[in-house]
Design a binder for this molecule. Structure first.
Ligand code: PHE
Length: 388
């Protein structure tokens, strides 16, 4: 008992919030599996970029998902108080300064492939496609999973084309060179959408990212709805000057592969990407965009859990994480179904509905009850909530 407590408080102090369930997902390399939907989409995109005249995009798909806060945030001008840096949103492996104190040396599971932009540009890459698994603490439903895959694309331009010599940030933003880079970015990514989806209607939305300026989001009209495909922009002068590339300019984009694969293969649930069930894996072949044929969906089972929140410091993501830790991908979703504040006590109560469902088999009552019991126990002991 004493030993266990020591281990827990040590992990707490060093700020490690990576659960064994998450640690087990690292290294699966779905994006490097040629017959897997994620690997197939990645290859399709790489094939498209190989057709672009005059640039060779280097392939970087084996970068370590464990990065420093310097790489994931600081190099990208993401401020220290940005919510994406909080341990409620990000999986930290270690925080030498303590659980809440952020520093550049913190080690974490990358939250986006942009974490490799600066490293690769410093290495001298002029154009690259960098694909990998990324990790974010998030809600739980059919389209959210704490691990997914992104592809980052970067292209730097010949200074003779976009403007030589150093310019101030304002001069650059107002220049023809900046417009040329943004136009090339948009043309390239519109071509990518057509290559993946056939000719589709597209629209550009102004966005904000700290590391690109200007920044955009691309949406396509698909199956009767506008769908966000990617974020992108002209690389921020500050990012380039941090890489000793103040005389250079270029563009960057980042796209989520699951979102694309779910529509192109008609895969209804994000957990399926991670299943080893051969009824799933045997359906896909390199180079082919075949539609997924659902195998029987097993029945769901709903269980509610209600508790009083502590007066402060309750993070729904911590509860979702407990769910993943206890039941892994046997949880299909968790919904907040009721929330109210007691008028006298001032305490707030949450009721969450947990949908248990396996992708591969029927779950027994016994199994679900014991998972639910374990979840209740862990919620009470680790989240300072009072079960009702
Ligand atoms: N990293 C951003 C995200 O995860 C996407 C992005 C990449 C935006 C490159 C701009 C440039 O949302």
């Amino acid at each position: 008992m004493y030993l266990m407590l020591t281990a827990v408080s040590l992990a707490y102090r060093t700020g490690n919030n990576v659960t064994p369930y998450i640690a087990n997902l690292v290294g699966r390399d779905l994006h490097k599996t040629a017959d897997h939907p994620i690997g197939i989409i990645k290859q399709k995109i790489e094939d498209y970029f190989a057709t672009i005249d005059g640039v060779k995009f280097e392939i970087a798909d084996a970068m370590d998902p464990l990065v420093s806060a310097q790489q994931c945030f600081d190099d990208l001008l993401i401020p220290e108080d940005h919510p994406g840096r909080l341990p409620s949103d990000t999986y930290y492996v270690s925080r030498p300064g303590g659980r809440e104190a952020s520093s550049s040396e913190d080690l974490l599971l990358r939250t986006h492939t942009s974490a490799h932009q600066s490293t690769l540009m410093r290495k001298g890459y002029e154009a690259f496609l960098c694909t990998g698994d990324v990790y974010r603490r998030d809600e739980i439903d059919a389209s959210h999973f704490p691990a997914f895959h992104q592809m980052e694309g970067v292209r730097l331009f010949d200074p003779a084309l976009v403007g030589e010599g150093e310019m101030s940030r304002e001069e650059w933003l107002a220049s023809d060179g900046c417009k040329l880079v943004a136009d090339d970015l948009k043309r390239t990514l519109e071509g990518l959408c057509d290559a993946l989806f056939g000719p589709v209607e597209k629209r550009w939305i102004d966005e904000y990212f700290p590391f690109t300026e200007p920044s955009f989001e691309l949406e396509i009209y698909y199956n009767g709805d506008w769908m966000e495909v990617l974020g992108c922009g002209v690389i921020h002068s500050g990012v380039l000057s941090n890489c000793d590339l103040s005389h250079r300019h270029g563009w960057a984009f980042g796209l989520g592969l699951e979102r694309l694969a779910m529509v192109l293969f008609e895969i209804p649930d994000i957990r399926l990407f991670w299943t080893g069930d051969e009824r799933f894996t045997s359906q896909f072949k390199a180079g082919q965009l075949t539609k997924f044929k659902p195998y029987s969906k097993y029945p769901p089972c709903f269980k509610d859990i209600s508790f009083w929140l502590p007066e402060e410091g309750f993070e729904p993501n911590d509860f979702f994480e407990l769910g993943r830790g206890v039941a892994g991908e046997l949880i299909e979703r968790i919904d907040l179904v009721d929330s109210f504040t007691h008028p006298k006590k001032g305490l707030t109560s949450h009721c969450y509905r947990i949908t248990y469902r396996s992708m591969d088999r029927s779950l027994t009552d016994e199994e679900i009850n014991s998972l639910q019991e374990e979840l209740r126990k862990q919620a009470a002991s680790t989240l300072s909530v009072e079960l009702r």
